[in-house]
Design a protein around this ligand. Structure first.
Ligand SMILES: NC(=O)c1ccc[n+]([C@@H]2O[C@H](COP(=O)([O-])OP(=O)(O)OC[C@H]3O[C@@H](n4cnc5c(N)ncnc54)[C@H](O)[C@@H]3O)[C@@H](O)[C@H]2O)c1
Length: 331
C-alpha cells in the first residue's frame, strides 16, 4: 500500500497526538491551524507543511484524508469540504455543537458517499470491550441500574495553558462537560442502545471562569434495560472515570484508575479483579489504525456517524429537559 498523506486540522493536543500516531503507522502528515505558534511547533516536529486555513491546505492538495481535530464549533464546516473533495475523514468527537448541524453533515456523507470514522476513542479501550463481553454473557444477570461518572477539574487538563485560551472554556467554541465528555453518553449507547426517556440538568455551577457548562446530571430510562444515572463535571478532584453496573446477580465495576474491570457476585466485597496494562495512547493508536484502513477502502466499523447522531440526540434532549424542566421522550 502506498504511503498515505493525512491533513490534520487543529494541531493542538489531540491533533498532535493523531499526527504522531499516524506517522508511527507509516503515514505522512501535514497540519492546519490558525495559530502561528502551533503551526511552527508542527513544522518543527514533522518537517512538513502547516497551513493557516483549510482553503489554503486543500488548494495545496495531495492529501488522502483529513483528520478534523479543531474545536468542536468547526467540526462540521471542516468536514464538509473534505467529504466534498472525496477525502475520508477522521472526525474527533463530538460530531457537532448541535443535532441540526450533525444531521446536515450526515446528509453530505450520503450525497458524497465519502466515509467518516468518528473518534469516540473509549470504544478502542480494551477494558471497556471486556465489560461489553461480560454484559453480553449476562455475567451479573439482568442489569437494573448503571452509574456513569466522569469527574475531572478542567484546570488539570492542559497544565501550563491559560484556561481562557483553551476552547473547553468557551460555550461558543463548543467546550463544556456535556459536549466534551459525551464519551460517557456514547458508551451508554454502545452498551444499551437508545434509551426511552431522560431528565437532565446541564449547568455552570463551579467557580471556574468559563462560559461553558461544567455540571451535567442525567436520569435515564431504557424500555427493556436498566435505569441509569450519568454525572459529568469539570471541577472534580481527584479525577474519576468509572462505571458501575448493578445486576440481579452481582455488580461489574469498571474504572480508569486503577485500570481494571472488577466483578462481584456476593453480598460481601469479594471482587474478582482483572487488571490491564494498556495506556491512554493505545486507544488513539487503535483509532489511527482503523482510520488508515478506512483511507485504504475498509468501511468505518467501530464508531460511525450514526453513533455520533445518537449521542447528539441525547445531548439535545438533555438541553431541552433542563430548559423546560421536564422529562423528554426519545421515541
Ligand atoms: N477522543 C478524545 O479522547 C479527545 C481528546 C481530546 C480532544 N478531543 C476533541 O478534539 C478537539 C480538539 O481538542 P484539543 O484538546 O486538541 O484542543 P486544543 O485546544 O488543544 O487544540 C485545538 C487546536 O485547534 C486550533 N484551532 C482553533 N480554531 C481552529 C480552526 N478554525 N481550524 C483549525 N484549527 C483551529 C487551536 O489553535 C488549537 O491548536 C475537540 O473537539 C475535542 O473534543 C477528543
Amino acid at each position: 500500500m502506498s504511503k498515505k498523506h493525512i491533513l490534520i486540522t487543529g494541531t493542538g493536543s489531540v491533533g498532535m497526538r493523531h499526527a504522531r500516531n499516524l506517522t508511527s503507522l507509516g503515514a505522512t502528515v501535514s497540519g492546519m491551524d490558525p495559530r502561528g505558534d502551533r503551526r511552527a511547533a508542527f513544522v518543527d516536529e514533522f518537517g512538513t507543511a502547516a497551513h493557516q486555513s483549510l482553503d489554503d491546505a486543500l488548494a495545496a492538495g495531495g492529501f488522502d484524508g483529513v483528520a478534523v481535530c479543531s474545536p468542536t464549533r468547526f467540526h462540521v464546516e471542516q468536514c464538509i469540504p473534505a467529504l466534498e473533495a472525496g477525502l475520508p475523514v477522521l472526525l474527533e468527537k463530538p460530531v457537532a455543537k448541535t443535532l441540526d448541524e450533525a444531521q446536515a453533515l450526515a446528509a453530505v456523507m450520503i450525497r458524497t458517499g465519502t466515509p467518516l470514522l468518528l473518534g469516540y476513542t473509549w470504544r478502542w479501550w480494551p477494558p471497556l470491550a471486556r465489560v461489553r463481553e461480560l454484559l453480553a454473557a449476562d455475567a451479573v444477570g439482568a442489569v437494573r441500574y448503571v452509574d456513569f461518572t466522569m469527574s475531572a477539574h478542567l484546570a488539570d487538563w492542559h497544565p501550563g495553558e491559560p484556561l481562557a485560551e483553551f476552547f473547553m472554556s468557551s460555550a461558543e467554541l463548543g467546550g463544556g462537560a456535556l459536549l466534551d465528555e459525551s464519551h460517557w453518553v456514547d458508551l451508554m449507547l454502545w452498551f444499551f442502545g437508545m434509551p426511552e426517556s431522560l431528565s437532565a440538568r446541564v449547568e455552570k455551577i463551579s467557580d471556574l471562569d468559563i462560559t461553558s457548562d461544567d455540571n451535567v446530571d442525567m436520569m435515564i430510562n431504557f424500555a427493556n434495560g436498566p435505569r441509569a444515572n450519568l454525572h459529568l463535571d469539570l471541577y472534580g478532584r481527584p479525577h474519576r472515570k468509572s462505571i458501575r453496573f448493578i445486576g440481579e446477580g452481582g455488580s461489574i465495576l469498571w474504572s480508569e484508575t486503577p485500570n481494571q474491570v472488577a466483578i462481584c457476585l456476593e453480598a460481601g466485597e469479594n471482587w474478582q479483579r482483572e487488571t490491564f496494562e494498556c495506556e491512554r495512547n493505545d486507544m488513539f493508536l487503535g483509532v489511527a489504525g482503523e482510520y488508515l484502513a478506512l483511507v485504504n477502502g475498509a468501511p468505518a466499523a467501530t464508531c460511525t456517524i450514526d453513533d455520533g447522531l445518537g449521542v447528539m440526540k441525547i445531548l439535545e434532549a438533555a438541553r431541552q429537559s433542563h430548559a423546560q424542566g421536564r422529562r423528554m421522550d426519545l421515541g
